[in-house]
Ligand binder design. Structure first.
Ligand code: PSU
Ligand code: MN
Length: 305
């Protein structure tokens, strides 16, 4: 086992016994939602995974250790620290680990640590992608490169239209990452069930998600798979409300010269402020929905293997 990895006893036992485990990221806790809703949501997500027959493994870097399975105290700590914790992407791991520091894991680093631990399924809210204006800023999330090389299935609610969704799909195509719509032909855009962009394949059951993922692994094709699961109808938001908030947030980011790793957290926080509590409620519900699907899919993989 990697000398920097710490797997919690519960997660370790589940992995040894071939039981289903679902990885969860921690940047969504520290940077994605305000306290205390972030911690409450993280605990509800873990419980949803247990209720659906799998073991949750919230992933983070604590004191330089790569944790697969955080305690309730560690989740509370990350939630309280909020943006004071380092948002840790692939390039941050060497120095954080060498210095014994803390880091909240993005989709990228959650995939890396999940793969080290042997966890195949990961549930989150939204992934990073190609930002609008990337043709001049070159701002493309490391999440896309990670999907291209690390063997983890990422179950999300699509990507927010703070990104250029068309370019994000083009990038994933180039990198050979299958983009699946769960029960839909269209890429969901996080708060909304539609985006006007088609996914590569529609799959309607956890069993078929499991079969496709197992086939990919068995063929030795590197990289992961992206499953986009639309927000439940009753929680989805009107396109015009969300589009207006996103356009304004992007204009403010440009005006204030927001760059690099600050861009995504800035946009997420502004969209949340501009849409009031509604977007936070929608965010919480879609994460719970993804946790449920991830648990069922992890079970299907465990049964097939
Ligand atoms: N998009 C969301 N919510 C999030 C993130 C993205 O809707 O919480 C977080 C995830 O941790 C994701 C990261 O991996 O932001 C991407 O950041 P960047 O764009 O800087 O790569
Ligand atoms: Mn970026």
């Amino acid at each position: 086992m990697n000398q920097y990895l710490s797997i919690s006893p519960q997660v370790q036992q589940a992995l040894q016994q071939g039981q289903p485990v679902v990885a969860l990221e921690s940047t969504i806790i520290s940077h994605g939602m305000p306290y205390p809703q972030n911690v409450q949501t993280a605990m509800r997500v873990e419980q949803t995974i247990r209720d659906n027959g799998a073991v949750p493994a919230t992933i983070a870097i604590i004191g330089g250790r790569l944790k697969a399975g955080c305690t309730a105290e560690e989740i509370e700590y990350l939630g309280r620290q909020g943006q004071a914790v380092t948002k840790a992407s692939r390039r941050d791991l060497p120095v954080l680990v060498a210095r014994g520091l803390d880091g909240a894991t993005t989709v990228t680093t959650t995939m890396i640590i999940a793969a080290m631990a042997g966890i195949k399924v990961f549930a989150t809210g939204g992934i990073g992608g190609v930002h609008r204006g990337a043709e001049t800023t070159m701002d493309i999330s490391a999440d896309l490169e990670e999907l291209a090389q690390t063997p983890v299935m990422v179950i999300c609610a699509g990507a927010k239209s703070i990104l250029d969704l068309g370019l994000t799909l083009e990038y994933l195509e180039t990198k050979g990452v299958p983009v699946i719509g769960y029960g839909t032909d269209e890429l969901p855009a996080f708060y909304t069930r539609t985006s006007g962009h088609k996914v590569d394949y529609r799959i309607d059951t956890p069993e078929e998600l499991a079969q496709a993922f197992i086939a990919k692994m068995a063929m030795g094709l590197k990289g992961g798979m992206l499953v986009t699961n639309p927000i439940p109808e009753q929680y989805s938001m009107p396109h015009d409300v969300i589009d207006r908030a996103i356009d304004q947030a992007i204009a403010e980011a440009t005006e204030q010269g927001i760059k690099g790793k600050q861009t995504t957290p800035f946009l997420l926080a502004r969209v949340k402020e501009l849409t009031g509590g509604d977007s936070l409620d929608a965010n919480i519900q879609l994460v719970l929905n993804n946790a449920r699907l991830a648990a069922l899919t992890a079970r299907a993989i465990a049964t097939l293997q």
